[in-house]
Design a protein around this ligand. Structure first.
Ligand SMILES: Nc1ncnc2c1ncn2[C@@H]1O[C@H](COP(=O)(O)OP(=O)(O)OP(=O)(O)O)[C@@H](O)[C@H]1O
Ligand SMILES: [Mg+2]
Length: 372
């Protein structure tokens, strides 16, 4: 097939900003989040301190996806997910698009490339524009899960400090409403009183120019679940447990930005994953059913990664849903989706081609509109 690979490559944040990067300023930090980090992190990992493009892919990842698709026998054109993408799709008119693009601005940015492709009638991998947009706004996603009675932590959203005066129970967890890759999630995200909650709301507003999602803090084990397929054929790949015991002492047991990008490095990998998770059968199948229910409720397509954590009573809750899962190719980078795929014998290239074939099969069998 003649494929296009829609993507956004991480910018070198040390470089002079181009016009399209400048346009990101509406959603990028108003203030430098460095002032909220410890000296130790600032001194040891200076190159990772700018999180503006944390969600975007590295050149290494995009090259690996392109190589995988070429190995699958396809011709691949790279298309950057920016304002020029529409014209390029129109001119090139590929048979199919492999979409990993994050998009540019706003809470529904992950739906921008799918919207363009829907308008042009070009089929593409992954969820449609509505589902990508909804999942990127964590509160909208939770509202749908709640409607279907799919457990997820109690929450409210706010950027108004005075509204937090009410008597709340603690601890709470505070995160930006529409970010990924643990952007904006630090050790301080777990709050134990009103003063700490206020600080986090201010930090998120100052650094990310968006409201906070304030949730009950789930204290149990954490898992992440890779999904592949559609409708009744959706497969749950081996469940990955996030080994929060490996989080350095003195830090909260969360998979924060510090843990993902400062503590778990190629040079010094944390023992952060257990795959498949070593849990009893009942819990294992409970997590599988939960994720299948979420996949259906949100009308996800082809692939996704769903984060799950147990509450104080051991009940699995959905933490967050990723219709565009991270797919770092080097196993030393501890990327969950490729890790789960390797467990069922799919190496990186086979995994990418399997996602493509899943999407092609969906389009061919006209199950674009999933049956209920
Ligand atoms: N309500 C919660 N209770 C306990 N821990 C939480 C809660 N929400 C998030 N976390 C912790 O914070 C981490 C990051 O949160 P979340 O998955 O929402 O962020 P993200 O940036 O969307 O992540 P990703 O990198 O998967 O896109 C989780 O993996 C989990 O460890
Ligand atoms: Mg997550």
């Amino acid at each position: 097939m003649r494929l296009a690979l829609a993507h956004n490559i991480k910018k070198d944040t040390g470089s002079i900003h181009t016009q399209s990067e400048e346009s990101l300023s509406s959603s990028s930090p108003k203030a430098d989040f460095r002032k909220y980090l410890s000296e130790n992190l600032i001194n040891n990992y200076p190159e990772r301190l700018d999180d503006t493009y944390a969600e975007w892919d590295s050149e290494e990842t995009i090259t690996a996806v392109k190589n995988a698709l070429e190995e699958g026998g396809h011709e691949v054109t790279l298309i950057e997910g920016d304002v020029d993408a529409f014209e390029k799709f129109k001119v090139i008119n590929p048979d199919f698009v492999f979409n990993v693009a994050e998009g540019l601005n706003g809470s529904s940015r992950e739906s921008q490339i799918p919207s363009m492709l829907e308008m042009l009638g070009i089929p593409f991998t992954g969820s449609d524009s509505i589902t990508n947009g909804i999942c990127h706004d964590k509160s909208r996603c939770k509202e749908i899960l709640s409607y279907y009675k799919i457990p997820n932590p109690e929450f409210f959203i706010t950027d108004a400090i005075h509204k937090t005066e009410n008597k709340l129970t603690y601890p709470k967890f505070v995160k930006p409403l529409h970010e990924g890759s643990s952007k904006g999630i630090f050790n301080s995200s777990v709050v134990n009183n009103c003063a700490e909650l206020r600080n986090e709301i201010i930090r998120i507003k100052e650094c990310y120019n968006q409201p906070s999602l304030v949730e009950d803090f789930l204290t149990g084990k954490e898992f992440t679940v890779a999904m592949l397929g559609n409708g009744d054929d959706v497969k749950v790949l081996p469940i990955v447990e996030i080994n929060l015991e490996s989080v350095p002492e003195g830090f909260n047991k969360i998979y924060s930005y510090e843990v993902k990008w400062f503590f778990d490095t190629r040079e010094s990998m944390l023992d952060i994953f257990k795959c498949p998770a070593q849990i009893d059968e009942k819990l294992y199948s409970g997590i599988e059913s939960l994720c299948k229910a979420a996949f259906k409720a949100l009308r996800l397509r082809d692939w996704a990664r769903i984060d799950v954590r147990l509450d104080n009573n051991g009940v699995p809750n959905i933490v967050e849903v990723n219709p565009l899962p991270g797919i770092l190719p080097d196993p030393a980078d501890n990327s969950c989706y490729p890790k789960a795929a390797r467990e069922i014998g799919l190496d990186y290239n086979a995994m990418i081609n399997e996602v493509l074939q899943t999407a092609v099969k969906r389009v061919k069998s006209s199950i674009n509109e999933l049956s209920f």
